[in-house]
Ligand binder design. Sequence first.
Ligand code: NI
Length: 271
Amino acid sequence: MNSPDILFEKLWTHYADVNPQAGAIHRALQERGESVVNDHVAFRTFDFPHTCIEVFARPFIECGYRFHHEDYQFKEKKLFARHLMHSDPHYPKVFISQLKHGQCSPRLQSCIEELAGQVPENFMQNYSFLTSGAVWKPVAFKKYQDLLRESEYAAWMAAFGFRVNHFTVSFNHLKTFKDLSEFNQFIESLGYPLNASGGKVKGTSQTLLEQSSTLAYPAKVSFADGVYDIPGCYYEFARRYPTPDGELFQGFVPVSADKLFESTNNPDLQM
Ligand code: NI
């Protein structure tokens, strides 16, 4: 069995490269004397047989990960998600969502089919796909804007493809913050705005999971007709509470996740 360490190191480097705020926040936490542990790492994909969650998850299964029994539906955003966990709880959970293309408009469907049609059949057999980005011919910027109007998720995928969407700091492993609100103030004091959709803290101690996130950092993307700055990846923060049996809750809360998907939605940068 492969060790997930090398894989996560590669994923972090690739992610921090497009999202320098993550590296800066990570360093600021270390300077405070904190050591950062990841709660989960999230990916996005399309629901075709050669790109779906089950195929996407293979490198993690080979590293000792197993699917958690729960799955998640996001009706309005037309998304479906599952997550995987490692037997060693030190390793982050892996959250993978996919766009249910069949539920999208015919126009969006044909665009997504065109993108996914350019992904080779066995593309996901090699680990390197996890850092491959947009493997299709770049779309025109106008097409990206067109996608945005129906599905911000589809537009993000068209521009960024297969890569980490966000890493998530485990609040439970931090020692110098009273609560997630105080932590959020620290992030804002560093100059990074937070996603306020649904409030800065999503979830409560009753839902057993509180989450917050930065707004996606602008990234330069080469479109068919030029380079544009658009929202890239974001950094997330999660605080988990114990279930009645005393163990920390290990699932996700769909109402909160629904809002967190919007961390890559920054209208100022997209138009
Ligand atoms: Ni997340």
